[in-house]
Design a protein around this ligand. Structure first.
Ligand code: G6P
Length: 609
């Protein structure tokens, strides 16, 4: 959470910082601020709310001309969102300016110690202890680098910092532990960001800072050392994202653009991996561990949020296609499990950002237990991608809308491919129908998107509801959970997703004419049971909005509203059933007047535990 940007170079830093902050706004948008080295001193500006408000505040500021600066967009952890808590924070002498992502766990003790030593604090944040600590260490006539190292040795927690010092107009400092930070390498200029999406259009060459590294960045040089002051090896990685992918284009919101990218997302995830005629799936990213994977006896999927729901679909896929027992854990809960891990257990992390703190912690725990770890990650070079033993990239391009849509689709595709890859029947005609059908999915998604206006009308009808129940079975049970999550995330309507079989064990008590149900009921092996559940809802006057298969006549007498989807095979149904639910949530959210790309209280990349 929180977005960090930094710039040093030949250009004026202000517009670069602002455009970087806008690109990172999905990480937090409670407040924003910048500090720029201008006319021999560091100028600082902050505002509450979105970056556009900061931009307005800065509009007439002709003094901010400097070529070195840092910026921050905040997702509040310690202290309410107000101007004094917004970053950057500084020391008493207004020499050192810091922006921070993460949490300093022992900040209270440090703050007390510093206050007893005469330091004056202005905010309620944990971050503010950092410039004051550096200031304190500098009193012992230490050089800045040593004072910074001593500070890092004292603080506990997770952090990414960008720091500037008004006694040194040539250097931008960057430090990281557990929270991501990436350096954009330019020509006579260098950039810093907490997420590579802020660098799109500026440079394609990036260095991901590793835990415990300190970078001293000038316009022509990047010097990276560890806590022992030794130089470390850093690789330049090439970003594959382009500017067009990171912009809204003609769409009113990123979320809508990203839903409409669905067919292309499926193609990108399949590209080069599917040998349809040979019934063969080839996953280059797993080749190095192919032998080990042959011994897989059990799979553990670790993820959060929408990625977790993709994992739940994966559980059905792996058991049906690969015949491997699979379980899915909330990454945040996995750490509390004390189960014995047998040999042959493989942990798979699913993460769009590749930076979710809980998923990363879960993968680290799996590694401590010597499990083989795999990543299904969208962001190339991200921490989870680097820390897992092997993995498969989604190649879905940057996802900007906070509510995940296209990443979910691409995760389902990758999970299907991995399931076939792990199955003994990879390359056998047994998978023929599945692989052939996979190739037809983009066109089928397109036919759904072409009828988005039907969902817009339904959204108009249901937009004033206070509650919504989502029901599905088998492969569509996780889709019910995801449909409910989408609706609550962006429209703030209370929504619950349930396995339809569980309905009679609680949710049915809520059903009334004012409590609608979205039923995911395509024609498949469980539709008879779904129909029985819908009869029960109808008998209690509950309105039903059904996602059903084209040509299904039976649903007509049961549901009040129906959105028809093309027929596909059961393991691939979620790829189609989730799309109308994403669109429905989008239209309800926008019709209720909310900024669906930046839902309240949420952040896209959750880098605190
Ligand atoms: C946040 C986002 C969700 C996302 C989840 C997991 O809650 O708002 O959209 O699904 O984090 O993120 P990851 O990047 O690990 O997939």
């Amino acid at each position: 959470m929180c977005g960090i940007v930094g710039y040093i170079g030949k250009e004026k830093s202000l517009p670069i910082l602002i455009s970087g902050l806008k690109a990172l706004e999905y990480r937090g948008y409670d407040s924003a601020g910048i500090a720029i080295f201008s006319n021999d001193k560091i100028e600082i500006k902050k505002s509450v709310g979105q970056v556009k408000i900061l931009e307005k505040v800065l509009k007439d500021d002709i003094d901010l001309v400097g070529h070195l600066g840092i910026g921050h967009t905040r997702w509040a952890t310690h202290g309410i969102p107000n101007e004094k808590n917004a970053h950057p924070h500084n020391d008493c002498a207004k020499r050192i300016f810091v922006v921070h992502n993460g949490i300093i766990e022992n900040y209270k003790e440090i703050k007390e110690y510093l206050q007893n030593h005469g330091h004056n604090f202005l905010s309620d944040t944990d971050t503010e202890v950092v410039p004051h600590l550096i200031e304190d260490f500098l009193k012992d006539k230490k050089d800045f680098h040593t004072a910074l190292l001593d500070t890092l040795k004292m603080i506990k927690g997770a952090y990414a910092f960008a720091i500037i010092d008004s006694k040194n107009s040539d250097t931008l400092y960057a430090v990281k532990l557990s929270s991501p930070l990436v350096i954009g390498v330019g020509k006579h200029e260098n950039f810093l960001a907490s997420d590579p999406s802020a660098l799109v259009g500026k440079t394609k060459n990036v260095i991901y800072l590793k835990d415990g590294e300190i970078a001293e960045i000038t316009k022509d040089n990047i010097n990276i050392t560890n806590l022992e002051k030794q130089k470390t090896h850093s690789e330049i990685v090439r970003l594959e994202w382009d500017l067009e992918q990171a912009q809204k284009g003609n769409y009113p919101h990123f979320m809508l653009k990203e839903i409409f990218e669905g067919p292309e997302i499926v193609l990108s995830a399949l590209r080069g991996r599917l040998k349809g005629k040979e019934n063969f799936v080839k996953l280059g990213g797993l080749e190095q561990v192919a032998e080990k994977l042959k011994e897989t006896k059990r799979l553990i999927i670790l993820a959060c949020g929408t990625s977790y729901y993709a994992g739940l679909v994966g559980e059905y896929l792996f058991e049906e296609i690969a015949k491997i027992p699979t379980e899915v854990h909330f990454a945040s809960e996995f750490r509390y499990r004390e189960e014995p891990f047998e040999k042959g257990t493989v942990a798979i992390a699913i993460s769009q950002s590749g930076e979710t703190a809980d998923t990363l912690a879960a993968i680290r725990k799996a590694k401590e237990h010597e499990l083989l770890t795999l990543g299904i990650v969208n962001t190339v070079g991200s921490t989870i991608a680097r820390e897992t033993d092997a993995g498969v990239y989604n190649h879905a391009g940057p996802e900007v809308g906070v509510a995940s849509t296209k990443a979910f689709i691409s995760q389902l595709i990758i999970l299907t491919l991995v399931a076939v890859y792990l199955s003994k029947s990879n390359g056998h005609s047994k998978n023929h129908a599945l692989l052939q059908e996979l190739e037809k999915i983009p066109k089928k998604i397109k036919t759904i998107l072409d009828r988005s206006s039907e969902l817009e009308k339904l959204a108009e009808k249901y937009k004033n509801c206070d509650n919504f129940l989502f029901l599905g079975r088998r492969y569509n049970y996780p889709v019910a959970l995801e449909g409910a999550l989408k609706l609550k995330e962006i429209s703030y309507i209370h929504a619950e997703g349930y396995g339809a079989g569980e309905m009679k064990h609680g949710p049915i008590a809520m059903i009334s004419e004012n409590f609608p149900t979205a039923a995911i009921v395509p024609q498949n092996s469980v539709s008879e049971k779904m129909f029985s559940n819908l009869e029960e809802i109808k008998a209690r006057k509950g309105p039903i909005f059904a996602i059903a298969t084209e040509g299904d006549k039976r649903i007509v007498s049961l549901a009040n509203d129906i959105f028809f989807i093309p027929k596909t095979i059961e393991p691939l149904e979620p790829l189609l059933t989730v799309v109308p639910l994403q669109l429905f949530a989008y239209y309800v959210g926008t019709k209720r007047g909310f900024d669906v790309d930046k839902p309240r209280n949420l952040a896209k990349s959750v880098t605190v535990e």
